[in-house]
Design a protein around this ligand. Structure first.
Ligand code: NAD
Ligand code: UGA
Length: 458
């Protein structure tokens, strides 16, 4: 069968895989190929055990794989066979040299651009799907168009706004799709080609066309604003704990103001995930490099409050468990950075587990999907930790439970059974405010939630 378009995606990760699966499902007339240098990952995409857990993904891949969706590690061949190349490689925070801890590490991106350049025999559209610093497209165009083979490249920015755990529904029904390009005839033509792909299922009024810099910067800004809401509500949660105000009631009351809105106001142990911190630090770095110190400080505070919130959670545990957790068994329920994913990147649970081990507690980590990743994250201290998928077994003999991920499963546990199996006095620290605190108190637990007065029996 002849396909209308040959689309390639370089990078088969949390973004590349789900995004391309949705494009393939919505556009049977296109051939979609996803390539990655990580052969194991590609093998997993071609198996029944996909490399990432995402509700709805398995079904979608089953329907499209080997029909118009393909996974391969042949990057070079993929580049030669396609006209449109989405690049969704990782852009982590730099860990070395200038800008370490803040700037984006663009080495994977640049390497990909050079590979595209060296294997291309025809002109192509290169789509920035990865999150990149504003003005990256210029650098990319310089690399790509510095050839003497008479082929040209248009760089289009099409940042991804999906959230893990809801990736498929976010992709199928996005609030908006953003496509930025240079305002030149070539840029505008390339942008139209990408609009055409999304117009197969996204209502036209939700597809925004902008200049390339606005598109790049909107992605960093969206993540900064989202994270800022969490830091804002978490900062107020600390004040609630001092004043007997209740953070859920405050969030509800302010969220009813249509200008504020109710979403993204859940107080928590802190935000995690591979992107919020990395993207804000990148924004901070960019602002500093343009001499905008005040703006940089403003956004940096969002990350500082998050670190502080994680630290506060540990301090609370220690202070309430008689200032020592040494030799006490503590069950951490949830390790993923949010529910419905197995992803643990930057999960607050990593910090909490490490801090408790430093305090010489005996840690049991439980999670329905993330134990494999948890093991990798805690490799250095793995021998000191028990990994237990069953939450009841994890809690047996424990002095305390800390809820670190808002999995539904933890809302409906038989907490009387859990209580009876624990050492008394038994403590629950609800880092996600998902439990019925009054009921737990009645069972006999000492209950500590985020942004609420503690419920203690002593
Ligand atoms: P990821 O680490 O899961 O996947 C990236 C993949 O790229 C890896 O499998 C890696 O092997 C591959 N890769 C790196 N260099 C390569 C090369 N030269 N050739 C071929 N493959 C290469 O990352 P991710 O979570 O999918 O994120 C990718 C980008 O999307 C990042 O810029 C991120 O900020 C952005 N983003 C992520 C999310 C999310 O929810 N995870 C959402 C929106 C945007
Ligand atoms: C986030 C954004 O929501 C996506 O739009 C964006 O595309 C993505 O980052 C990215 O660029 O990677 P994600 O990190 O997958 O998505 O998940 P979120 O739902 O945003 O949650 C992030 C963290 O904030 C989680 O740890 C979550 O538990 C926490 N959170 C979220 C709260 O503590 N309170 C809230 O009210 C909402």
């Amino acid at each position: 069968m002849e396909f209308e378009k040959n689309i390639l995606c370089i990078g088969a990760g949390y973004v590349g895989g789900p995004t391309m699966a949705v494009i393939a499902a919505k556009c049977p007339q296109y051939r979609v190929l996803v390539v990655d240098v990580d052969k194991e990952r590609i093998k997993a995409w071609n198996s029944d055990r996909l490399p990432i857990f995402e509700p709805g993904l398995q079904d979608l891949v089953k329907k499209t794989r080997d029909k118009n969706l393909f996974f391969s590690s042949e990057v070079q061949r993929g580049i030669q066979e396609s006209e449109i190349i989405f690049v969704s490689v990782n852009t982590p925070t730099k860990t070395f040299g200038q800008g370490a801890g803040r700037a984006a590490d663009l080495q994977y991106w640049e390497k990909t651009a050079r590979e595209i350049l060296s294997h291309s025999k025809t002109s192509k559209i290169v789509v920035e799907k990865s999150t990149l610093p504003v003005r990256t497209a210029t650098a990319m165009e310089r690399i790509l168009n510095g050839n003497s083979r008479g082929i040209s490249f248009e760089v289009v920015s099409n940042p991804e706004f999906l959230a893990e755990g809801t990736a498929i529904q976010d992709l199928e029904n996005p609030d908006r799709v953003l496509i930025g390009a240079k305002e030149t005839p070539g840029g505008i033509k390339a942008r139209k080609e990408i609009v055409e792909i999304y117009a197969n299922w996204v209502p036209r009024e939700r597809i925004i066309e902008s200049n390339v810099w606005s598109s790049e910067l909107s992605k960093l800004t969206a993540n900064a604003f989202l994270a800022q809401r969490i830091s804002s509500i978490n900062s107020i949660s600390a004040l609630c704990e001092k004043t007997e105000a209740d953070i859920n009631e405050v969030a509800y009351a302010i969220g009813m103001d249509s200008r504020i809105g109710p979403k993204f106001l859940k107080a928590s142990v802190g935000f995690g995930g591979s992107c919020f911190k990395k993207d804000i630090m990148n924004l901070v770095y960019i602002c500093e490099s343009y001499g905008l110190e005040k703006v940089a400080q403003y956004w940096q505070a969002v990350v500082e409050i998050n670190d502080w919130q994680e630290g506060r959670f540990i301090q609370n545990m220690l202070a309430n468990m008689f200032n020592t957790v040494a030799e006490k068994r503590i069950a951490l329920l949830g390790f993923a950075f949010k529910a419905n994913t197995g992803d643990t990147r930057e999960s607050p649970a990593i910090y909490i587990a490490q801090a408790l081990i430093e305090e010489r507690a005996r840690i049991v980590v439980s999670d329905p999907e993330a134990l494999e990743n948890a093991r990798k994250d805690l490799k250095r201290i793995e021998d000191k930790i028990i990994f237990e998928p069953d939450p009841y077994r994890a809690a047996e003999g424990a002095h305390a439970i800390a809820i670190l991920t808002e999995w539904d499963l933890y809302k409906t546990l038989d907490y009387e059974r859990v209580f009876d199996s624990m050492v008394q006095p038994a403590f629950i620290f609800d880092g996600r405010n998902i439990l019925h605190h009054k009921r737990l108190f009645e069972i006999g637990f000492n209950v500590f939630a985020i942004g609420k007065a503690p419920l203690k029996h002593f």
